[in-house]
Each structure stands twice: as C-alpha cells, then as structure tokens.
Design a protein around this ligand. Sequence first.
Ligand SMILES: [Zn+2]
Length: 228
Amino acid sequence: MRALRRPISWRVTYDAYEATETTPEKGLVLFSGGQDSTTCLAWALARFAAVETIGFDYGQRHRIELDCRTAVLERLRREFPQWDCKLADDHIVDLGVLGQVSDTALTRETAISLTQSGLPNNSGYPDCRDDTLKALQATLSLGMDHRFVIHTPLMWRDKRATWELAQRLGGPALVELVREETHSCYRGDRVHLHSWGYGCGDCPACGLRRAGWEAFSASTPSAQAGAD
Ligand SMILES: [Zn+2]
C-alpha cells in the first residue's frame, strides 16, 4: 500500500450554518433539480469560489427532473449574478444501466408504502445517512490519495428548515425559485401548482414538501405573500 503524502481528515461536515465567507476551494454538487439539491447548490455557491454540478440520467420515470435541472440553473444565473460568476460546468452522467438492474419507484411504476414516520419505506435512504457518508469520505480520500470533504448541509434539517435555509441564503427570490422550478412529486406532475410548488398533491414526496412549506410559511410572511 502506498504511504499517504498528507494527513487525512475523517471529518464529515454536516455543518448547519450558512456560509459566512467564500473559501478558495471548489465544490461539486450532486444536483437533481429537486428542492434539497437546489438548496445545497445555493449553499455551495455562497461558500465556494467555484461550483460544478453533476446529475445522473438513470432512466428516471419522469424526464421532468432533468428538465427542472436546466430551468433551475438558468434562473439561478439570471437572478443571482453574484453566483452566476461562480457557477461552472454542469455534467450529466448516463447511468442507464441502473434502470436495467434495479426495480425501484425511481425507475418503475412501483407501489410506495409508508413507514410509521410517514416517510416512504424506500426512503430511509441508508446510502444518505451520516455514517455512510463518513465512510464514503474516508474511502474517497484513501482511494484518490487526496483529502475530500463531503458536506451535508441538510443532514440534520427537515423540509421546513430547508425552506428556511433557502430564505437565509437567497431571500424571497431564492424561495420563489425553489418553489416554482424544483421538482419533488413522484408522479412527475408539473401541471398542478400549489402554494408549495408543482405536484400531484397526494404522493409521499408532495406530502413532505407541503408539510414543510406550511410550517415554514406560517412563520415567514414573505413566503405567504410570494405564494399568493
Ligand atoms: Zn406528488
């Protein structure tokens, strides 16, 4: 085994704070076009000197997710010139093979049942848990012989807190962008516009998004005004 040239930090920063100053580092954001990754992208743009985005075409049931990515990026560039100059290349990786070897609600018309917590039982998302990401960060750093830090600004935030973070990062304009351009609905509904955004209104993803919005907007007058 090769000796490491530099010490490696095992720290995963799930820091719950918005950026206070820009660092000279570059960031890469896993960007799906949804509420969470759009908020993470804004968080990264406020923090890093340059930010690239990457998305995966894994044979999604609804192409709308990929369309939303483009719309979000265009509107971010247009409405946030301070971030436009930092927003670097966007990458789409073809993972079509995933749809051939998996059978999930992401790629198939698969029934979604709920746990007692109200979350879809396919969304405990063990691959997104803190322990998993700590291990992944260590693996990446060892395998690439370079110190990578995986930031997870939403790790301890619920949907209400995610709306609040968007408000703090980009004010009502960013909240409106997230509300109108991002996609959550499992059914791919971009026809019905609600106060919390587009969606069918009764799938688990819409339910979580709506509940978070209602909690957020109840304490945020500008959100109520913007959604009227
Ligand atoms: Zn829905």
